[in-house]
Design a protein around this ligand. Structure first.
Ligand SMILES: Nc1ncnc2c1ncn2[C@@H]1O[C@H](COP(=O)(O)OP(=O)(O)OP(=O)(O)O)[C@@H](O)[C@H]1O
Ligand SMILES: [Mg+2]
Length: 325
C-alpha cells in the first residue's frame, strides 16, 4: 500500500508537493492518504488540494482502485479543517474535532461554501441572485451587515469573483471561503473546476499558453467577450473585474490567480509565476487590511484602466456592473 503524506503546513508552497504525490499514485492499486501530519492549514491551499484530492479519489473510484484515509488523530488543525468543511470538500464523511482550540477567537472565518449557478432569466435577476449568494460571506468578512466602505468592498469582490465563475468557467458550482484575523488581515479564496482562463479567453483571442492567459486576463478591457458581438455578450462583460481586484489586492496584500498549469501571484508590482496542475481556476486575495475608501479608489482604478485600455487600442469602457457598488 502506497501512502500519500501531507505536509505540516498546508499552505500555497506545499500545493505542488501534494499534487506530485497524487499524480504519481493515481493508478496505483492501493493508496492511503495521511492527513495527520498537518499542523497548520491555510484556506487557499485547502481549497486547491481539497479539489485535487476529491478528483483523484473520484478517478480512482471509477477505476475500482483501493483508497483509504488514515484514521485521523484529533488535533487542532483537523478540528479547524472539519469546521470549515474540508472533509466534505474531499468527499469524506469523517467528522473530527468539535472544537476550534487555540485558534478560537483570533479570527473569524466562513466555512468552505459551495455556491451553485443560478438560472439565467435576465441580467437584473442574475446580478441580484449572485449578490444574494455572497451577502452572508461579506457580512462575516466585514464583521457586520452594515453598509460601510469595507462591506461594499467585500460584496464587490465576492460578487465579481462568483460572476466570473458562472459567466466564464462553464462550471455549475464553485467553492469559496474567507478568513479575517483580529489584526485586520483578510483572505478570500474561490475555486471552480471549469474550463480555465485560457480556454475562456480563446473565445476572443489567440492565447499561446496558460501563463500568457493569466497575464492577459488581469489587463483592463480584456474579456472573453472582447471580440464577440454585443448580442453574444449576454452578461455585459467589459474585462474590468479581474483588473480591479488585482490592482487592489496586489497593493493591499497579494493577488493570486491560478488556472490549469500555472499560478500567478502579484504583490506590489512583483509578479511570480509557478507551475501547478489542476483543472479549473483559483483566485486568492490576501489583504493586510481592507481599503478604507473603496468607492473613490474604485473610481480611480477604473479611470486609469479605461485610459490604459484606450492606449492599447481597445475601446473598452468598464461595464455598469463592474462600476456598481
Ligand atoms: N473563473 C473563470 N473561469 C474561466 N475564465 C475566467 C474566469 N474568471 C475570469 N475568466 C476569464 O478572464 C477574463 C477577464 O475576467 P474579468 O473579470 O476581468 O472580465 P469579464 O468578466 O470578462 O468582464 P467584467 O468583469 O467587466 O464583467 C474573462 O473574460 C474570462 O475569459
Ligand atoms: Mg468579470
Amino acid at each position: 500500500m502506497r501512502r500519500i503524506q501531507f505536509p505540516q503546513n498546508l499552505d500555497s508552497n506545499s500545493i505542488r508537493f501534494v499534487n506530485k504525490q497524487l499524480e504519481a499514485t493515481q493508478d496505483h492499486d492501493a493508496v492511503e492518504v495521511d492527513l495527520n501530519s498537518i499542523v497548520f492549514s491555510r484556506p487557499a491551499a485547502m481549497l486547491v488540494t481539497g479539489s485535487m484530492l476529491r478528483r483523484w479519489r473520484e478517478y480512482r473510484q471509477r477505476k475500482n482502485l483501493r483508497t483509504r484515509l488514515v484514521k485521523l488523530t484529533d488535533n487542532e488543525a483537523h478540528g479547524y479543517m472539519a469546521h470549515v468543511g474540508f472533509f466534505d470538500l474531499i468527499g469524506s464523511k469523517k467528522v473530527v474535532g468539535k472544537e476550534m482550540g487555540e485558534a478560537k477567537g483570533s479570527f473569524t472565518y466562513t466555512p468552505i461554501t459551495k455556491i451553485s449557478r443560478p438560472d439565467f432569466i435576465d441580467l437584473q435577476t442574475w446580478y441580484g441572485d449572485i449578490i444574494s449568494s455572497v451577502r452572508g460571506l461579506a457580512n462575516v468578512l466585514a464583521g457586520s451587515p452594515e453598509d460601510t466602505e469595507e462591506h461594499r468592498f467585500y460584496l464587490y469582490t465576492l460578487r465579481e469573483l462568483v460572476r466570473n465563475v458562472f459567466e466564464h468557467s462553464e462550471a455549475t458550482d464553485c467553492y469559496i471561503c474567507g478568513q479575517r484575523w483580529s489584526d485586520g488581515r483578510v483572505e478570500i479564496s474561490i475555486l471552480d473546476e471549469g474550463i480555465g482562463i485560457s480556454k475562456s479567453l480563446a473565445r476572443s483571442f489567440t492565447v499561446p499558453d496558460d501563463e500568457k492567459a493569466l497575464l492577459k486576463a488581469i489587463k483592463p478591457g480584456v474579456s472573453s467577450t472582447s471580440n464577440v458581438t454585443s448580442t453574444d455578450n449576454i452578461y455585459d462583460n467589459s474585462g474590468f473585474g479581474l483588473y480591479v481586484l488585482s490592482e487592489i489586492a496586489s497593493s493591499f496584500g497579494m493577488f493570486t490567480i491560478a488556472s490549469n498549469t500555472k499560478s500567478l501571484s502579484i504583490t506590489n508590482a512583483e509578479h511570480e509565476i509557478s507551475d501547478l496542475s489542476f483543472q479549473g481556476t483559483f483566485l486568492g486575495i490576501e489583504l493586510n487590511k481592507a481599503p478604507k475608501h473603496f468607492s473613490s479608489l474604485l473610481k480611480d482604478i477604473i479611470y486609469a484602466g479605461e485610459l490604459d485600455a484606450k492606449a492599447h487600442g481597445s475601446e473598452a469602457n468598464a461595464s455598469k456592473m463592474s462600476k456598481l457598488l
